[in-house]
Design a protein around this ligand. Structure first.
Ligand code: MG
Length: 394
């Protein structure tokens, strides 16, 4: 069976049902810092530290010669679409649909000069569409194709600051936001401590609690934060530094024994993760399946990590069918991340695509339908359209 066509597409998702009596959740209100938050116009509450275009995702459709197709998603859609349509498609059309390793190797080698970031995200979309297609052609769920299941359901942790709401939904583990950027120094640390203390109090003494600074610190501030937060018994300290600061991660890992260091959502490809592993720079790896090269790449990262005694818990894994299939299949992945982006009072998973499972009582189980189990109606699938970025940001 050969690939007839591989292209970037979009999915026209109808507006979701309005739910009455909701209260805006943390995702609307939290000040979340990230690297660009050094500039005050990007820390505004309504922008959540975003930059223009940040949340656009793209889709890939790979169609086999018999008309069966697979779908995959990737980050930075507007930027990755030309790579898919002009560089990757001509490289892979006409090849064996099951030759996923060969296709990935061709893409890595062909995109040598673009590797990392957008190119690796675009490759993720292709890889996921190929796995979806393989599952459909073999009539098996992807988690079976990769050796699962290894558990009956996947335990979740919830990301967000609405602790009471998350508890009500059945979650028992929580990852909270960070409100400051390193230039704010002592004042910022005090603000963060106040936030963590309040969340620890609401979560309960023994609940798993993590913080997520999203690259907002330098090594000095990260060490001071870790020291200050010692009494709050955090399960992990996530991505305090940008991914290029490998020496900083090594320093943190050697200095901090009371909480685990987690990172990886902004690392791309197994070679970047191999450095984190070989330098013993982290305790938990968090590749994003839509950013770091796709399911094939994250399976390799998992294997390197497992052999080194390091756990892999993919970034926002449980919100996507790919992360759900990965988490159900891989024995050393003890939990999945559920990024809580619905409002308080809204059913959890209200914004999911058809065929994608929602959490039940803090656990998740993906569909056992072929491929990733997506049930996207044919008429939602449309050609990719480039959009003009017109949002005024400050
Ligand atoms: Mg994170």
């Amino acid at each position: 069976m050969i690939i007839k066509e591989a292209k970037c597409i979009n999915i026209n998702i109808p507006p979701r049902k309005k739910v009455l009596r909701t209260t805006p959740g943390w995702n609307t209100n939290a000040i979340r810092s990230r690297q660009i938050a050094r500039y005050p116009e990007f820390t505004r509450v309504d922008l959540k530290g975003d930059r223009p275009g940040q949340t656009d995702k793209g889709w890939v459709k790979v169609t086999a010669e018999d008309g069966t197709y697979g779908l995959g998603q990737f980050a930075h859609g507007q930027l990755g679409a030309p790579l898919i349509n002009y560089f990757i498609s001509p490289l892979i059309e006409g090849r064996d649909v099951f030759a996923i390793e060969l296709i990935n190797d061709l893409i890595w080698r062909s995109n040598e000069e673009f590797q990392g970031g957008i190119a690796t995200a675009a490759q993720s979309g292709i890889d996921l569409a190929l796995w979806d297609l393989k599952g459909k052609l073999l009539e098996k769920p992807v988690y079976e194709l990769i050796g699962g299941p290894s558990r009956k359901s996947l335990e979740l942790y919830a990301t967000g600051d609405d602790i009471e709401w998350m508890k009500e939904l059945g979650f028992k583990r929580f990852k909270i936001s960070n409100p400051f950027y390193y230039e704010e120094g002592s004042e910022g640390i005090a603000l963060l401590e106040h936030h963590v203390a309040s969340c620890r109090d609401r979560a309960g003494e023994n609940a798993e609690l993590m913080i997520n600074p999203v690259m907002s610190f330098n090594t000095d501030i990260a060490l001071r934060v870790a020291e200050r937060l010692k009494p709050y018994n955090l399960r992990w300290f996530e991505e305090p530094l940008p991914p290029w600061n490998l020496d900083g991660y090594i320093e943190l890992k050697q200095a901090i024994s009371w909480t685990a260091i987690a990172t990886g959502e902004h690392n791309y490809g197994r070679k970047s993760f191999q450095q984190l592993i070989s330098k013993r720079a982290v305790d938990i790896l968090q590749p994003d399946i839509e950013w770091s090269g796709g399911l094939s790449e994250v399976l390799k990262i998992y294997t390197y990590a497992e052999a080194a005694g390091i756990e892999t818990i993919p970034h926002t894994g449980a919100n996507s069918p790919w992360g759900q299939h990965f988490g159900i299949a891989m024995p050393e992945t003890s939990m999945g991340e559920w990024f809580l982006d619905t409002d308080i009072g809204e059913p959890v998973g209200n914004n999911l695509l058809p065929g994608v499972s929602a959490p039940i009582n803090g656990t998740i189980l993906p569909s056992d339908a072929p491929g990733f189990g997506l049930e996207i109606p044919e008429d939602w699938i449309v050609d990719w359209n480039y959009k003009n970025q017109k949002r005024k940001i400050y």
